[in-house]
Design a protein around this ligand. Sequence first.
Ligand SMILES: *Cc1c(COP(=O)(O)O)cnc(C)c1O
Length: 403
Amino acid sequence: MKNTDTYYINLEDKFGAHNYHPLDVVLARGKGVWVWDVNGKKYMDFLSGYSAVSHGHAHKKIAKAAKKQMDLLTLTGRAFRNDQLGKFCEELCKFTGFEMFLPMNSGAEAVETALKIARKWGYTKKGVEKDKAEIIAFANNFHGRTITIVGMSTEQQYKEGFGSFPSGFKVVAYNNIEAVKKAITKNTVAMLIEPIQGEGGIIIPSEGYLTALRKLCRENNILLILDEIQTGFGRTGKLFAFQHETVAKPDMLIVGKALGGGYYPVSGVLSSREIMSVIKPGDHGSTFGGNPLAAAIGRASIAVMKEEKMVENSKKMGDYLLKQLKTIKSKWIKEIRGKGLFIGVELIPESGGARKFCEALAKIGILSKETHDMVIRFAPPLIITKSEIDFAIKKIKKVLETK
Ligand SMILES: *Cc1c(COP(=O)(O)O)cnc(C)c1O
């Protein structure tokens, strides 16, 4: 039958590659924290497109900026200049406290970009011998899906069948300073880390860990690269997760997801003038990176973050949601942890895994997604209100308290 959810699911399964295992809700419309499926059933979005929809769905102001730019100019390639990119870079740098921005589209591309900049910096500034540069990454990481990036992954499925992988990467334990120290050599140019591991299961390192890494990098002339594609732009209750520690500012900050306001892939690398200057014309690029439509949307997305005090709201509502979640009495819960509106509920193995809880939640109108087998991730749009959280909590309680 046409236009039923089964119809859309079959269509997608027949003609679309099966590289995901989605919950079988077929969404057709969104507004703020709410989405509606093709049958008109309403759900609250507690995932926000893995933090790409932090502004909420169909934000009017971002839509307006996008539509305006669509009627003017959308793509020039970087062969020519456009009147949006410079303003976008300036506004983003001022908002985040960095000096220069290199625009890309997807998160994985931005990670690749940071790795390239780090290697070039290593060869031209640090004086590492040709092709010897090493970059340290961390167990349980998630940085995207390109060959280089999955080469650094410790998740078997991400790698299996995709080798061989580039050399020059070392993977050490997360949240263990001694392990990092041991991995450093004279050829180490950078370390790449998520300040809180998102896909890894909302893993929050001990207090002081990032500060210790920052210090270690400085002492050994190594670049600290933070991947805040998921944790950035208010998700954890600060503009960036590294700001939970006052002296952990990285040499390069990778951003994406929420920067596009839920409308468009906008990513990139923020850094200092000194480091960014190792990249010369022709060294790196992207046809779509920095296009005027992306830039206009990025500008609107930043403006909305400020106007609607999304970072502050994430802190306030995140504290409230965490407190409410902790009142739930369920024999299935092992631990509840989080910062801002970035919360993981880890279940015990006897629970049967997080997937079936997410499916049960979807049935009663709350969309969330398991990450790894045992963690339910709660990451609603940062514009969520207290009454919306109260609505969700009742349902979450009901599902988690089932015997
Ligand atoms: C989502 C994500 C990426 C990859 O971004 P894509 O846009 O999917 O390529 C990289 N790093 C982190 C921490 C992410 O959460």
